[in-house]
Write a protein that binds this ligand. Sequence first.
Ligand SMILES: Nc1ncnc2c1ncn2[C@@H]1O[C@H](COP(=O)(O)OP(=O)(O)OP(=O)(O)O)[C@@H](O)[C@H]1O
Ligand SMILES: [Mg+2]
Length: 251
Amino acid sequence: MAMKLSTRKRPERSDKMIKEHQLKFSERAFDDNTIKTLKYLMNNEIFSSLDYPIQHGKEAAVYRGTANHDGREEFVAVKIFKLEGPSFQKKLQYLEGDKRFDRPRGKRHMVKIFAKKEFANLKICHEAGVRVPRPIKHRDNVVVMEFLGENGVPSGLLKNAQMDSPKKILGQVLENMQRMHRAKIVHVDLSEFNVIMHKGMPYIIDVGQAVLLHHPQSEEFLRRDLLNVLKFFEKNGAKMDFEEALKYINS
Ligand SMILES: Nc1ncnc2c1ncn2[C@@H]1O[C@H](COP(=O)(O)OP(=O)(O)OP(=O)(O)O)[C@@H](O)[C@H]1O
Ligand SMILES: [Mg+2]
């Protein structure tokens, strides 16, 4: 059910198609600015169609997109940050002392900053060898990244995974956390809901709120992330001592 959205030749028709698309899939249509951003990305050949929503949440909608590279079709994940979501104040705390970003001037600006932050954080993680979707492009409130899926079907969350060896997967999650720590970044919202099992391995996603190590609460956030991870694995048959795991991540 892929829909061509490229505006290059027939802008009126593609406008209409985007509008039909949004009415079909979303109770609240994308706002005009988001449509402009999506068109920009399509005109720049970052993707040529938005296929279907993988997930429509409070804060973001993630779509599968299709890109054509040298005649080859490739899928991408297109994360569109929404204006709704947690309060301004709650989000503000994740920007404290972070010199990479401007101070938000309002709600819309804040959303854009978080998209930019997700892209920047994905880059740090990817370059540090953490398993995350490869970042492709950011513009305004949209982040385009590698699609984690097989044969066009998105891979599922750790929460729903059937694990043959939970101990091995836990080891891999901790290894990713160690790499993040060495790259001086803490996820802040890590749990089985923000890990995708892709080709048998855990990939960390949703790094928009992740903070750098110099954030005043980074240690508290890291402990909370680790607690979530260990609790999930304990329920699934792999137990590990908290302090031992923390020592490993910090090493
Ligand atoms: N790169 C990707 N490839 C495939 N699926 C993805 C990718 N990124 C995200 N998803 C899917 O989209 C869902 C939402 O993504 P993410 O966790 O980044 O958004 P979110 O900020 O939690 O959104 P909300 O709070 O609105 O639910 C994920 O749970 C996952 O199912
Ligand atoms: Mg999430």
